[in-house]
Design a protein around this ligand. Structure first.
Ligand SMILES: [Zn+2]
Length: 287
């Protein structure tokens, strides 16, 4: 059964660890992440971007697949199905499709409009027992080949959004999506501390978890980060493993072209990445 992410993140905050949010793209991704979470007895959040939802033919397909897979694999650890960087319309569509958690990313709106829309979605999500994440301060990342630095969120704005009843908050602290550039200045821990205090210790979310050094991750967790989003790292490890299989000519040996064989190294690579992250985040054995 799917659960919302509120209880698992409150427990993570109180227990000084973080729960991994891993983006899914298809059946292989979902299976690899669920099996690893079960094996390690870790709670887990499956993230779905609107693009990935469209790729999987719609949010209803995603809910049906994840729900059935949790059942058929005998998964007993807490699993949340969460919309990643949702639009206002996408958030409503995911709630209608049975997601147990949503993120509304209104960081590109003026604070007033971000607040108005967040407030409406908080009521909708809570009415059906789903959790909701909001965002203040845009997370940087690559756009048209230019890597923008992540914004640092204003603690006062974070407090305003947190006060609307959101369950956890993504606040920019210099983090970015994708691979970090060589001249990246690192996370802004002073800002993180101010945001943590200003928001009454609401669980905080760190986006762009790929490539942040382990010591920075641990420090961020100690300062109130309870959810860490990982996406690019699973994509890179999957691609590298499948490329190796093909480059070694294994798809041309026997029935090596069978997609279940061709993608198997990729699945194992995702499992290894997820395991590494769960160990780093401290969520192993916390289910
Ligand atoms: Zn993100």
């Amino acid at each position: 059964m799917l659960v919302n992410a509120t209880e698992m993140l409150n427990k993570a905050r109180d227990g000084h660890y973080a729960v991994g949010h891993f983006n899914i793209n298809n059946l292989e991704w979902t299976k690899a992440i669920l099996q690893t979470a079960q094996e390690l007895q870790s709670p887990v959040i499956l993230g779905v971007s609107e693009g990935a939802g469209k790729y999987m033919t719609g949010f209803k397909t995603v809910t049906a697949m994840v729900d059935a897979m949790v059942d058929s694999l005998g998964i007993t650890v807490p699993v949340a199905l969460h919309l990643d960087h949702g639009t206002y319309e996408g958030a409503k569509a995911c709630l209608a499709a049975g997601f147990s958690s949503i993120m509304f990313d209104g960081s590109h709106y003026a604070i007033e409009e971000n607040m108005e829309k967040t407030k409406e979605l908080v009521a909708l999500a809570h009415a059906q027992g789903a959790s909701i994440e909001a965002e203040v301060g845009a997370i940087g990342g690559e756009e048209d080949g230019v890597i923008g630095a992540g914004e640092v969120a204003d603690p006062a704005e974070c407090a305003q959004i947190a006060g609307l009843g959101v369950d956890f908050l993504a606040a920019g602290i210099g983090n970015i999506h994708g691979v970090y550039p060589a001249n990246w200045k690192g996370l802004d821990f002073d800002a993180l501390q101010r945001i943590h205090e200003a928001t009454g210790h609401i669980p905080l979310v760190l986006h762009g978890g790929t490539g942040i050094p382990a010591d920075m991750i641990k420090k961020a967790i100690s300062l109130g980060v309870s959810k860490i989003n990982v996406n690019t790292e699973c994509q890179l490890s999957f691609a590298a493993a499948v490329r190796k299989y093909v480059e070694e000519g294994k798809d041309k040996q026997g029935k090596g072209f069978d997609p279940r064989k061709l993608l198997a190294p990729g699945v194992e690579a995702i499992k290894a990445t997820v395991k590494e992250k769960m160990e780093l985040f401290g969520s192993v054995g916390k289910a």
